[in-house]
Unconditional design. Structure first.
Length: 331
């Protein structure tokens, strides 16, 4: 006999507290609503009608009722094909081993044992297919603020699309003298502030390309330091640059300083320097107040918008990477 199936666009309303199979005589079709029948509802209803008509319930019929509301799974995309071993380039560099080497180097020594005059940096290009570069790209993305008005609101006001930034290249900075001074400064801060207060952070600095080599060799230096080649500077907004140095927490706050103080346009490429940083106990400055002296009892100032640090001691910084950053239109 011909068997009538339920219209899947209607709901079946069973008596509350009992299953549809137990109440098939009282079940009724209602107008379309938000609760379509489940596969089990359909199975019970159809089985009841088949049995009443004296027809055997076959597996095919059962399967048909279940399939009414069974959604076919979306096939997963194939995994990306990894590059062949011959194409992979790993750096073989270990920060754990490097820091252990520096830790052994500074045992029983002081900052004076590592004079800045002897510091010299070596830059090593990071292969783009290495784990180090992949990790660096993730860290870079986490350090983009994304709310800089030069690249968002001001462009939208002009009818332009916002700009985003990608890491296209990087060089690792190795400088044994600066790394040793940084480690000794960490030990000093831990003694005075406690390990909890002395957390290593990441910061960035944008500068004219001609200054990159000098900064990688001696790190950032306060204005009028004997090794600072810069002879003219505009003083700071929440600390005098004669008694400290400025760095930014976020990449996009530094980029224009590497581009003659002009915001980047799509396709522009600049270089900035990424630092290991020890802000220590930082004093938040509520308003931009000009070239003030370092606050006693603290190790740094934090800007009113929390985007920058003013560090009182150059040894609180150690250059780690030179980053090559490209601007592109955010579509």
């Amino acid at each position: 006999e011909e068997i009538s199936f339920i219209n899947p666009h209607h709901t079946v309303t069973p008596v509350t507290g009992r299953s549809l199979r137990e109440n098939s005589s009282s079940a009724h079709l209602t107008s379309p609503g938000p609760m379509p029948p489940t596969a089990n509802d359909l199975r019970g209803y159809v089985e009841k009608q088949i049995v009443q008509k004296g027809v055997d319930v076959t597996d095919d019929v059962k399967a048909a009722t279940v399939a009414v509301h069974k959604k076919e799974p979306t096939p997963s995309p194939p995994p990306p094909t990894p590059p062949a071993e011959s194409e992979r380039e790993e750096t073989g560099f270990s920060y754990t081993a490097r820091r252990q080497h520096i830790s052994d180097l500074v045992k029983g020594k002081k900052l004076e044992d590592f004079p800045l005059e002897t510091a010299k940096a070596t830059l090593t290009k990071i292969p783009k297919d290495s784990e180090e570069f992949r990790d660096l790209k993730e860290r870079f993305a986490a350090c983009v603020c994304g709310r800089n008005e030069d690249y968002v609101s001001k462009r939208i006001e002009k009818g332009l699309k916002p700009v985003r930034f990608i890491l296209i290249d990087a060089e690792r900075v190795s400088n044994e003298v600066l790394e040793a001074r940084f480690d000794l400064k960490r030990q000093e801060l831990v003694k005075t502030r406690g390990a909890r207060e002395v957390r290593e952070r990441i910061s960035h600095h944008g500068t004219h390309p001609r200054n990159c080599e000098s900064i990688c060799n001696t790190s950032l230096l306060r204005f009028m330091h004997e090794l600072n080649p810069c002879k003219k500077q505009v003083d700071g907004n929440f600390g005098t640059n004669k008694k400290g140095v400025y760095v930014s927490r976020y990449v996009d706050c530094t980029l224009k300083y590497s581009n003659n103080n002009v915001a980047l346009e799509p396709k522009d490429i600049v270089k900035i320097i990424c630092f290991r940083t020890l802000p220590g106990k930082s004093k938040h400055i509520a308003e931009f107040c000009g070239a003030i002296d370092p606050t006693e009892g603290f190790d740094s100032h934090s800007s009113p918008n929390y985007l920058e640090w003013f560090l009182f001691d150059e040894a609180q910084l150690c250059p780690q990477y030179v980053l090559h950053v490209q601007a592109e239109e955010d579509i």
